[in-house]
Design a protein around this ligand. Structure first.
Ligand SMILES: [Zn+2]
Length: 305
């Protein structure tokens, strides 16, 4: 049965590691991993390097740059008064090291995050609070947050519909929800097939398109205020990294190299040379509303519980 819309109209799309495969719902368009691997926490062992970093070289500096950009986007979307010290409350689900939260805290926000146990190292003493555990288990107060964000986290959740219900409960009426995910309906997903880096099997349990993400949000009582189909961070990197995997015929070499795992330098260099093409392609696919990464802004309607 489809975990989003309940339809029985499912078909196989692709084999996945282990005994799992990807199924697609003809009615809402969601693509999901079935069955979900037994030991999900084991899939995240070694996900972060020492100190919570994920990459080496200049890639870490780029990550920091993009997290500050996220903070600025949140301020713009919520029309927050700049640096006045007025407290707006934000919860970042799957906050990692909390780089965006630290930036917003410095701008006067009251900041909270959630992470899986052991995935938010170095955040004790930070200017924000991190809850360890799944959002549905944390029993956070109702109508407490002005903004809830999930940056490339929603596709990792075991039960996204349950999470949306819980997010709706803890958001204030009129509160904002920002979700950014890879787009399985993108041109780059079609082009690279199983080599598409944002498939990230088996960690990505759900693969959304604008149609299925819109369906999940509306079913959960949110109204959709805006879509962005361009992601400088995930759209461009998705093409470069997937291209590296394609020409090497192996795994994601550039990704491994950036993580300091020391293999695939040849393919990594070749895929970096491909960067100008990747930039043009990612802009074109975004103009067609089929970008590799997408961000949706949803609102909990005022006057609703
Ligand atoms: Zn469905």
């Amino acid at each position: 049965m489809c975990p989003l819309c309940g339809s029985q109209n499912l078909s196989g799309r692709m084999d996945a590691p282990g005994a799992s495969r990807l199924l697609e719902c003809a009615d809402c368009g969601i693509v999901f991993l079935e069955p979900v691997p037994d030991d999900l926490p084991a899939l995240y062992e070694g996900y972060r390097r020492e100190g919570g970093k994920r990459f080496l070289y200049g890639a870490e500096a780029l990550v920091r740059f993009f997290r500050v950009r996220r903070a600025r986007l949140i301020e713009r979307l919520s029309r927050a008064p700049r640096k006045t010290g007025k407290n707006l409350r934000i919860l970042d689900i799957g906050c990692g090291r909390g780089l965006m939260l630290a930036e917003l805290a410095s701008r006067g926000w009251e900041c909270y995050g959630t992470e899986l146990p052991g995935q938010a190292p170095g955040t004790s003493g930070a200017p924000f609070k991190v809850y360890e555990g799944r959002i549905s288990d944390l029993d956070l107060p109702s109508e407490f947050f002005d903004v809830v964000t999930l940056w490339h986290v929603f596709e990792h959740l075991r039960d996204p519909m349950r999470a949306l219900k819980e997010i709706r409960r803890i958001l204030k009426p009129g509160g904002l929800l920002v979700i950014s995910v890879p787009n399985i309906g993108s041109l780059q997903a079609k082009l690279f097939g199983r080599r598409w880096i944002h498939l990230d099997l088996p960690r990505h349990l759900y693969h959304f398109s604008p149609r299925s993400l819109g369906c999940a949000l509306r079913e959960s009582g949110f109204s959709i205020a805006d879509w962005s189909h361009f992601s400088a961070e995930h759209g461009i990197s998705g093409i470069i990294l997937s291209f590296g995997a394609l020409i090497s015929g192996r795994g994601h070499d550039l990704f491994s190299t950036l993580r300091g795992e020391g293999k695939g330098f040849g393919a990594a260099a070749a895929s970096m040379a491909f960067a100008p093409v990747a930039i043009v392609f990612s802009v074109l696919e975004a103009l067609l509303k089929r970008g590799g990464g997408m961000t949706v802004l949803a609102v909990k309607p005022a006057g609703t519980k």
